[in-house]
Ligand binder design. Structure first.
Ligand code: CTP
Length: 405
């Protein structure tokens, strides 16, 4: 998560009764760390699970629990609190609260706030699996969706009651991601994005191989930014220890050949292909089936290499290629090498940076190479840069074909 991603956003965070209230302490911290201001409102039941004092300390604002709170001069907390808000987020949203929302009830501060709102409403349900599956809950959730309310989750897995199934609240980090995604402009709505990220691993024998220092951070940040921009995202990832961005479909591969095959299998469905991976140029032509042993009598091992196929160039060569974007990390002469590489790979856009020294770092400075033009973007952390790059890519896309009348 980039710092200040939600700068200027003001949220009313409504908490209802449920054991998942403990996750809201962490969610509040993530939201405030990202620059949002958070006004917590709790139902009476929520205060049984976590104290208003804890939520006040984490949000840095007094918590509201009652419609009759004398701190609001005109005694209209239910109106005033939501008028400042960019969105109301109900987390955790209990079975009972979803039912009350679906039926337009307004019998406490939080439900009244919701019905009096003029901003978007997001709910993050949290309940036992039977409560979630109950036809009454499913009817209520369908009604909330029909009313334009965003339903985030629920997740599936072990529950506080000991049962396993659908209904548990999204983890704090996933809730944060879903909220951040909600606020992002949907400049890639309806587009399908295929990306490669990370290094590849080319085996020498069952335990050894050749790889490189790519961390995958830039590719994962771009996948996240594309998802937030409304795209359907398929990420083909080499071996990296990074969490899959929220809402992104991830396919893990090891070798350049596997990455090539995964891309070729999926590319027909893509509107945009972004090759961020540091793909190994070569692989050994014979991978030893046994671990290569060291011994005083034997000569040092030697390997002969064959060239891996160039995935980016192969995509660009397709009869109907998606909008194809390359990356290049160069150790010197970026201006010359960047444009040469773009032309050689025949892609409309290549993003160059002064390479290996940025591997693994959190910020980066890049130049956009396109025919006859090079544009430098300001140095930024990889998440901010990813959003800027997605905006630049979106600007260059051919318009979506409309229906033929
Ligand atoms: N690329 C690819 N398949 C390969 C090699 C590279 O898809 N086998 C893509 C990378 O994902 C990146 C771009 O091509 O988008 C440039 O990668 P780079 O390693 O800089 O290109 P190379 O052609 O290998 O050039 P160099 O000789 O500088 O290594």
């Amino acid at each position: 998560m980039a710092t200040a991603e939600l700068a200027g956003k003001h949220l009313v965070l409504g908490m209802t009764g449920g054991i998942a209230c403990y996750k809201i302490a962490e969610l509040t911290r993530l939201l405030t760390k990202a620059g949002a201001t958070v006004q917590v409102v709790m139902t009476e039941a929520a205060t049984q699970f976590i104290t208003p004092v804890t939520m006040q300390a984490l949000s840095g604002r007094p918590v509201y629990t009652s419609q009759w709170d004398a701190r609001v001069p005109n005694n209209m907390a239910h109106i005033d609190l939501s008028r400042e808000a960019d969105a109301i987020v109900i987390a955790p949203a209990s079975t009972d609260f979803l039912a009350r929302l679906a039926h337009g009830m307004a019998d406490d501060l939080l439900s009244t706030l919701c019905i009096a709102r003029d901003c978007p409403l997001l709910v993050v349900p949290a309940m036992n699996r039977q409560m979630w599956q109950n036809p009454a809950t499913q009817r209520n959730v369908a009604q909330l969706r029909a009313d334009g309310i965003e339903v985030l989750g629920p997740d599936s897995g072990p529950q506080a009651c000991g049962e396993v199934g659908d209904g548990r609240m999204l983890e704090a980090a996933a809730s944060y991601e879903a909220i951040a995604s909600f606020f992002s402009p949907k400049i890639l709505a309806g587009r399908r994005v295929l990306l490669t990220a990370g290094p590849t691993f080319e085996p020498l024998d069952p335990v050894r191989g050749i790889t490189n220092r790519s961390s995958g951070k830039m590719g994962f940040a771009l996948a996240r930014a594309a998802q937030q921009a409304g795209a359907d995202v398929h990420l083909v990832a080499g071996p990296v220890a990074l969490d899959t961005p929220w809402g992104v479909f991830r396919e893990d591969v090891q070798t350049a050949q596997q990455m090539h095959d995964a891309v070729m299998h999926a590319v027909a469905d893509a509107d945009i292909f972004i090759g961020v991976a540091a793909v190994a140029d070569w692989r050994v032509d014979h991978v030893s089936e046994q671990k290569i042993k060291k011994s005083a009598e034997r000569a040092l091992p030697s390997f002969s290499f064959v060239e891996n196929s160039d995935i980016l160039a192969a995509v660009a060569k397709l009869p109907k290629p998606p909008f194809t974007v390359g990356f290049a990390a160069e150790s010197d002469n970026l201006d010359v090498h960047g444009e040469q590489k773009r032309a050689r790979k025949n892609v409309p856009l290549l993003i160059g940076n002064l390479g290996p020294q940025t591997f693994g770092l959190d910020d980066n400075e890049v130049i956009l190479f396109e025919a006859g033009k090079a544009t430098k973007l300001p140095r930024a952390d990889k998440q901010t840069l990813a959003r800027a790059l997605i905006t630049e890519i979106a600007k260059r896309l051919p318009p979506v074909a409309g229906p033929v009348l």
